[in-house]
Design a protein around this ligand. Structure first.
Ligand SMILES: Nc1ncnc2c1ncn2[C@@H]1O[C@H](COP(=O)(O)OP(=O)(O)OP(=O)(O)O)[C@@H](O)[C@H]1O
Ligand SMILES: [Mg+2]
Length: 420
């Protein structure tokens, strides 16, 4: 949250493996969001989505936040923060309660979601999200908006996401050290889903894949609700590494070469095009064909897409995602990535960028900002729910610390609003 503007401010902080992004959004009179500030800084303190160096992470966050503050012309006090990494676990669960006054009330919903998340969770994990899928009232299945319905027995089906206590605490520590409060911590692919998927895709069935620098984050939606989440610890950093090894060139050059010249599908790269590769030590630069570079890159993308496909199969939702695959995150920007993915998945594949954002849209319509923009969208929904529920526009009340009791109701409201 921030001040000095007429409208309400929401801040999203995406602490990625490659970069930290702070986005400031201003909520207009009509309830829409306009992005008024952005700050990004290379990230040095993370490996595969988790904080491994607090000091470097704090510095990156500070720089990104300062830049965003300058641009937005306001001070940032708190933020919605993303979390990722292969410590994330998820499962589908359900809970059952008796409906107290034969009509489903907000209190019944809170109780049923509490019951649904009361699953055995390892001591080193904590609940991050309890996302309602649908409800059963007596024998009526597939109820999406149970509030006010009559019955005696209420069952909730939910997707529970947990994360390592330590990983979350380290993120919290870094953000607090920058003098910021945490409004909420959100699973990164859930945030990305908010900014890149359409309601139609979620309704029909879709698999979102956010391929960043350190991790590939997956989220599967069917019938409007989230059904499965997973993290694969392979992403863009591996591609860069492969190039550095194969071309015997320092990592920073490999990164540059990758972004400027690489291609995920060797047959799309012109054999005649050549590039200059700086060598290690004092040796002179060498020439290389783009085709040869693509032959280094394609197997890694191939491996990654094959792993994603295996995860999709394991989830049991492979035949339930007719809207196909939506790729986002920086690594999805590679030329030929969508084409190669279509060959492997035999499904429609598209590149997802943040949609329906106002302000700085030229900047943020980029797959690397999907999580950041999604954090703002999530924040906007959450704050409007808090207002509805408490009649209070100050939503700073639910910081990450008092989970899990407060968010349950909000998640229900979000579901009612047709989001998840
Ligand atoms: N045009 C491009 N072509 C190919 N790769 C790209 C391109 N632009 C950026 N990348 C790669 O995308 C990755 C960064 O993506 P992104 O910003 O989504 O990651 P992140 O959010 O910081 O990391 P993570 O989500 O894994 O923690 C880097 O590996 C970078 O090399
Ligand atoms: Mg990311």
């Amino acid at each position: 949250m921030a001040n000095a503007h007429s409208g309400k401010m929401i801040v999203g902080l995406d602490i990625g493996t490659s970069k930290v992004v702070a986005l400031v959004g201003e909520v207009g009179e009509d309830g829409t969001l306009e992005i008024v500030g952005i700050g990004t800084h290379p990230s040095r303190g993370l490996k595969k989505g988790v904080v491994v160096n607090i000091e470097s992470t704090v510095q990156s966050i500070q720089r990104a936040v300062e830049e965003a503050q300058l641009m937005a012309g306001c001070r940032i006090h708190s933020a919605f923060v993303g979390v990722a990494g292969n410590h994330i676990r998820s499962l589908n669960s359900h809970g059952i309660v008796a409906i107290r006054d034969r009509e489903v009330s907000v209190a019944d919903l809170e109780r049923v979601l509490d019951a649904a998340q009361a699953v055995a969770i390892p001591a080193d994990q904590r609940v991050l999200h309890t996302l309602p899928q649908d409800y059963v009232i007596d024998n009526q299945e597939g109820v999406r908006e149970p509030l006010g319905m009559s019955g005696v027995r209420l069952e909730a089906k939910v997707h529970v996401v947990t994360c390592a206590v330590n990983a979350a605490q380290n993120i919290e520590k870094c953000v607090r050290r920058c003098g910021l409060e945490i409004d909420d911590i959100i699973l990164e692919q859930l945030a990305s889903a908010y900014s890149v998927l359409t309601d139609d895709e979620k309704e029909l069935g879709v698999c979102l894949v956010d391929i960043g620098g350190g991790t590939t984050d997956i989220a599967i939606f069917t019938e409007g609700a989230i059904r499965h989440t997973a993290v694969i610890p392979i992403a863009g950093d591996q591609v860069t590494n492969d190039i550095a090894m194969a071309l015997r060139t320092p990592t920073q050059y490999a990164e540059e070469i990758k972004i400027r010249y690489a291609c995920a599908l060797a047959k799309l790269a012109g054999a005649g095009e050549t590039i200059k590769v700086p060598s290690v030590g004092d040796r002179p630069p060498r020439e290389l064909s783009r085709q040869a570079l693509a032959e280094v890159v394609e197997p890694r993308y191939d491996e990654l897409f094959t792993l994603i496909q295996a995860e999709l199969r394991r989830s049991g939702y492979e035949d339930l995602v007719p809207a196909g695959i939506v790729l986002t995150g920086g690594t999805a920007k590679m030329e030929g990535a969508v084409e190669l993915a279509e060959e492997i998945f035999h499904m429609p594949v598209r590149l997802g960028v943040p949609h329906s954002v106002r302000g700085l849209s030229d900047v943020v319509r980029n797959p690397i900002y999907s999580t950041g923009v999604g954090l703002l969208t999530y924040g906007l929904l959450k704050q409007s729910e808090d207002m509805v529920l408490t009649g209070n526009s100050n939503s700073n009340s639910n910081s990450y610390g008092d989970e899990p009791k407060a968010p349950v109701l909000e998640r229900f409201k979000r579901w009612v609003q047709g989001n998840f």
